[in-house]
Design a protein around this ligand. Structure first.
Ligand code: AMP
Ligand code: ZN
Length: 338
């Protein structure tokens, strides 16, 4: 492809965004990237000055970029704190946590590391192989891990006095969610997708926000590389290869290559649908878990139900040797480079 000049100045472009199309030099790309996130925050009223933000940081490119941009743009108006969850996945998460904690220290954002082991009594390495070999029910380890992660996030948001909880979910994640819900015929779930998830009682559940939900993953990779934001990029989670989401990621990336703008179209489709459709009320009565006090639909919350099941299964399998099984032909197909 022939080199184009930046569309805002005479310098040669460094970044080409096919969906625009846009050609930007490094400075103008940075400005474009940061302004878009600020616009998402403003137009969706994700938070206001003086809100205390808890940022869920995994050490991956999305949440490290989110941390970087929020610290750069909002440290003067908002108190920021990072939450790093250690699921107990040898090597993979250990390295990511090191990168995340080092960066928090460097940019002076206070942080808290919380482990599944301390909160629930077991690590992912202890129970995930039991899901993969079908001893524990479920379509993959992500369902369990995601439930535990959500519970920890909400628990610590309350403990730390945060008024919003920010995650690094990006446009690709949201476009995948739309498509997955269409394929699964889950209209109610699709209609509840939002850059800001509020419940009736914000004291029980801290609102979760997605400031990157209009930012494509590829742009995040470019921004992280241009700005030398450290992040863990060596491999994806050793237990996520079976996730259905990986097939949707692959499909959408193929469409985006052939038809640039597909991911934005899916997001705009959802936004138009939500603006024009009647609200779908499928709200459950709000209860608190009788074990841990978190939000629950039944007597016990999802996390406590899953915790109990894992504890019982681990007891009866204490002698079995557990291994990770990641067939070489499956990968998470994440965008690693521009
Ligand atoms: P993922 O589902 O892995 O794409 O993660 C989505 C978002 O959840 C990340 O961008 C983070 O904000 C948050 N997250 C995932 N894993 C962790 C973790 N171990 N610690 C803190 N936040 C996490
Ligand atoms: Zn509970």
């Amino acid at each position: 492809m022939k080199t184009q000049p930046c569309e805002r100045c005479p310098k040669p472009s460094k970044v080409h965004l096919a969906y625009g199309p846009h050609w930007y030099c490094a400075d103008h790309f940075n400005r474009f990237f940061e302004e878009r996130i600020k616009r998402t925050i403003r137009t969706n009223r994700l938070f206001k000055p003086r809100d205390k933000l808890l940022i869920a940081v995994s050490g991956g490119k999305d949440s490290m970029t989110l941390l970087h941009v929020l610290a750069k743009e909002y440290a003067k108006t908002n108190e920021l704190h990072a939450l790093i969850i250690d699921e107990g996945i040898k090597e993979y998460r250990e390295k990511a946590i090191q990168i995340a904690t080092d960066y928090c220290k460097k940019i002076q954002v206070p942080f808290t590391v919380v482990s599944h082991k301390e909160e629930f009594g077991f690590t992912n390495d202890e129970y995930a192989p039991l899901i993969l070999d079908e001893t524990l029910p479920g379509k993959g380890a992500c369902g369990y891990c995601g439930t535990f992660r959500k519970t920890i996030m909400n628990r610590y948001a309350k403990k730390l006095g945060a008024t919003v909880l920010a995650t690094g979910h990006n446009l690709d994640d949201e476009a995948q969610n739309v498509l997955m819900n269409v394929f699964d015929n889950h209209l109610d779930k699709m209609m509840s997708l939002s850059p800001r998830a509020d419940t009736i009682d914000n004291k029980l559940v801290v609102p979760r926000i997605k400031p990157l939900y209009e930012t494509p993953e590829k742009d995040i990779v470019a921004y992280a590389n241009l700005n030398h934001i450290p992040h863990y990029a060596e491999e994806c989670c050793p237990y996520s290869f079976a996730a259905k989401r990986n097939d949707f990621r692959l499909l959408l990336n193929q469409f985006e290559t052939n038809y640039p703008g597909t991911k934005f179209s899916l997001l705009r489709f959802l936004q138009d649908l939500k603006a024009n459709a009647k609200p779908m009320h499928k709200s459950h009565e709000l209860k608190t878990c009788e074990h841990c006090g978190e939000i629950a639909v039944e007597k016990k919350c999802q996390a406590c139900q899953k915790k109990e099941l894992i504890q019982q299964t681990l007891k009866s399998h204490s002698t079995k040797t557990l291994t990770r099984k990641n067939p070489k032909n499956r990968s998470c197909n994440q965008t690693k480079r521009m």
